[in-house]
Write a new protein. Structure first.
Length: 538
C-alpha cells in the first residue's frame, strides 16, 4: 500500500482533503466520483472522525492490451515503489491469463494508491493500464477507542461499530456516536495510569449517562492502533467490557441489598449481629479483616463491605427470591447494547444451588457478569429503578423508558447507602470536592482455570455515580490482576475519582455539596498488617 496510514491518520481530525475527495471524479470509465458511494464515517459526539474513508485508486491492467509487459512493469514499479511489488511481480499480473489460457481482460496491479502516484501512472500513458476509484479506511486518532470502533478489512468489518453498523456505513451514511473524545481520553489515561502503578495485567472502564444508558466513553487497556490492525494480538482486540464475564465480588452486594429492601425482608433500621465469620453449609466465610462482633444496619453492612452481614441479609431474603431479583436486573441475559459479541455471563438457577450458594452468590462469587451488565445494573440502582439498555450510536437512543426493576423508593434508599460507602466507608478515595458521590468497591478472587479453585490473582473494581442525590453519570473502573495491591478502594476508586471529576466538570454538572479547605483528608487506605488474605471479597 502506498499510503502511509499512520502518518496520514495523524494529520486528520476531519477528513476534508480535496486531493482525495475529488480524485475519484477525475477517473476514466463509468465509476466516477458522482456515482460512486463511499463508506460512511464514524463520528464522535464532539464531531471528531474516529474512522473515515479516503479516496484512492486501483491500478488495473487489461493483459491482452499490454504491448510490452516487461517495460510496462518497470515503469509502474518506478512510480509505485516496492509496496506494489517488484517489477517481476507486477509483470506477472500484466500477463495474467483467463480460464481458457488466453490473456485476461482484468487484473488488479495495485490497490489503495494515493492520488499523486495515481496521476503519475496516468501520465505514463501505458497501453492496457487504467485506473479505478478505490478507498482507504483510516483511523485518525490512532489507539483511541480501538476495540470499540472496530476495523474494516479487505472483505469484512471486524468488531465494534464497523461490524455492527456495517450495512449503514457501506451505504454511505455516517454513524454518530454518543462517545465524547475528551471523556474517552480521560478514561483511557486513568486506566493506563492505574494499570501501570499497580502492575495490572489489563484494565477497562465505562462512563455512562445514568438516565438512558448512553455511553460517553468505553475503554480497554492495553490498546492498539486500528491502522495496524494486523499487528495486534487477538486478546488485545477484544472489547472485554462486553466479552469477558467475571465474578464481580463486592460490587454485587448492592443488588443483594436492593433485593432484600424491595421485598421487605429487611428495612433500613434492621439490626444484624455481625461476627467476623459465618459458617455456611460446609464452608466458613470471613470478612476481609478480623473484627469483634458488632451490630450493623444494612447501611453499615454496605459501608464496611461486610461479607458476613451481606450473607445474613441474603438469608433473611431467601435464595429463591434473590435469584428472581437478579434476573429482574437481567444478569444472565444480554443488556441489549447496540454492539455485537456480548457475553451474557452466568447466573446459577436456584434449582442448582448448593448449600453454600447462599453464602457466595450474595457477595458476588459463583456468579459472572460482564462489566457492561454491571454498569447497566448500577444505572438502574441510580436512576429510580429503571432498566437501561446501553447504547453507542445516537440513532439507537431509546424511544421510551425501560421496565421498572425496583421501586423509586428502594432506588433512593440504596443511593443513600452507596453515598455512605463513599462518605464514611471503603469508597472514601472516590470522594469529589463539591459533589455527593455514591459507589461500591470490589475485590474478588479469580478462579484458577487449571484447578477450578480460587487462586492468588484478583480483579479490583469501583463502580459509582454522581451527584449521588440526583445522578447524571456513572463510571466503572476494573483492573485485572494487580500485583502491588489488592483492594478496589486503593486501586480503582482513585481512577474513578479522576474520571468522574473530569466528566462532571466537562458537562457542567452543578456541584451539590459545599466543600472547604478545611475538609479533613481521607483516612489511610492501607489495609491493616494482619488483614487476612483469604476471602478478600470487599
Amino acid at each position: 500500500m502506498c499510503l502511509s496510514l499512520g502518518a496520514r491518520a495523524a494529520q486528520l481530525s476531519v477528513v476534508d482533503d480535496d486531493r482525495y475527495q475529488t480524485f475519484a471524479g477525475e477517473q476514466a470509465g463509468s465509476a466516477t466520483g458522482d456515482d460512486r458511494l463511499g463508506r460512511g464515517a464514524i463520528i464522535s459526539a464532539d464531531g471528531r472522525h474516529l474512522a473515515a474513508s479516503l479516496d484512492a485508486a486501483k491500478v488495473i491492467a487489461t493483459p491482452y492490451l499490454v504491448k510490452d509487459p516487461k517495460r510496462t512493469a518497470e515503469a509502474l514499479s518506478g512510480v509505485l515503489d516496492s509496496e506494489a511489488g517488484s517489477a517481476s511481480e507486477i509483470e506477472a499480473k500484466l500477463v495474467q491469463k483467463n480460464d481458457e489460457g488466453d490473456l485476461g481482460g482484468y487484473s488488479v496491479v495495485a490497490e489503495k494508491i494515493e492520488p499523486e502516484k495515481a496521476r503519475e501512472v496516468v501520465g505514463l500513458g501505458l497501453p492496457g493500464v487504467s485506473m479505478e476509484p478505490d478507498e482507504v479506511r483510516t483511523y485518525p486518532n490512532g489507539e483511541m477507542a480501538s476495540q470499540l470502533i472496530g476495523y474494516l478489512g479487505t472483505d469484512n468489518a471486524y468488531g465494534g461499530v464497523e461490524a455492527r453498523y456495517d450495512e449503514v456505513l457501506k451505504s454511505g451514511r455516517n454513524v454518530t456516536l454518543t462517545l465524547d473524545t475528551a471523556v474517552q481520553q480521560e478514561l483511557e489515561g486513568a486506566l493506563e495510569k492505574a494499570a501501570k502503578k499497580y502492575e495490572g495485567k489489563s484494565a477497562l472502564g465505562v462512563v455512562m449517562r445514568v438516565k438512558d444508558g448512553a455511553m460517553v466513553a468505553l475503554a480497554n487497556t492495553p490498546r492498539f492502533d486500528n491502522n495496524d490492525f494486523g499487528e495486534a494480538s487477538e486478546e488485545v482486540k477484544r472489547n472485554r467490557v462486553l466479552t469477558d464475564p467475571y465474578e464481580p465480588g463486592s460490587t454485587f452486594k448492592a443488588f443483594t441489598m436492593a433485593s432484600a429492601l424491595e421485598e421487605g425482608a429487611v428495612s433500613q433500621e434492621s439490626p444484624f449481629v455481625v461476627p467476623d465469620s459465618i459458617p455456611v453449609a460446609d464452608v466458613v466465610i470471613r470478612d476481609s479483616e478480623p473484627h469483634e462482633t458488632k451490630v450493623l444496619t444494612p447501611k453499615g453492612i454496605l459501608e464496611q463491605s461486610s461479607n458476613v452481614g451481606t450473607i445474613q441479609v441474603a438469608q433473611a431474603l431467601g435464595g429463591e427470591r434473590l435469584v428472581q431479583h437478579i434476573k429482574r436486573f437481567e444478569f444472565g441475559e444480554g443488556t441489549g447494547v447496540d454492539l455485537w459479541g456480548e457475553d451474557v455471563g452466568r447466573v446459577l438457577p436456584f434449582e442448582e444451588w448448593s448449600g453454600s450458594s447462599i453464602g457466595n452468590i450474595p457477595i458476588g462469587q459463583g456468579i459472572t457478569v460482564t462489566p457492561m451488565q454491571l454498569a447497566a445494573g448500577y444505572a438502574a440502582l441510580a436512576n429510580g429503578g429503571v432498566k437501561v439498555a446501553p447504547y453507542l450510536a445516537q440513532t439507537s437512543a431509546p424511544h421510551e423508558p425501560g421496565h421498572q426493576v425496583i421501586s423509586r423508593e428502594t432506588s433512593s434508599i440504596v443511593r443513600g447507602m452507596l453515598q455512605s460507602v463513599v462518605d464514611e466507608g471503603t469508597g472514601h478515595l472516590a470522594q469529589i470536592p463539591g459533589y455527593t458521590v455514591a459507589g461500591k468497591t470490589g475485590t474478588a478472587q479469580k478462579v484458577d482455570p487449571e484447578t477450578g479453585l480460587y487462586g492468588d490473582e484478583y480483579v479490583t473494581s469501583f463502580v459509582g455515580f454522581a451527584p449521588a442525590k440526583n445522578p447524571e453519570y456513572l463510571a466503572l473502573i476494573v483492573v485485572d490482576e494487580p500485583q502491588k495491591d489488592l483492594f478496589g478502594e486503593v486501586i480503582a476508586a482513585p481512577a474513578f475519582q479522576d474520571v468522574m471529576s473530569f466528566t462532571l466538570g466537562y458537562y457542567n454538572v452543578p456541584p451539590d455539596r459545599e466543600s472547604t479547605k478545611n475538609d479533613p483528608p481521607p483516612p489511610d487506605p492501607t489495609p491493616a498488617p494482619d488483614a487476612r488474605k483469604e476471602d478478600r471479597i470487599r
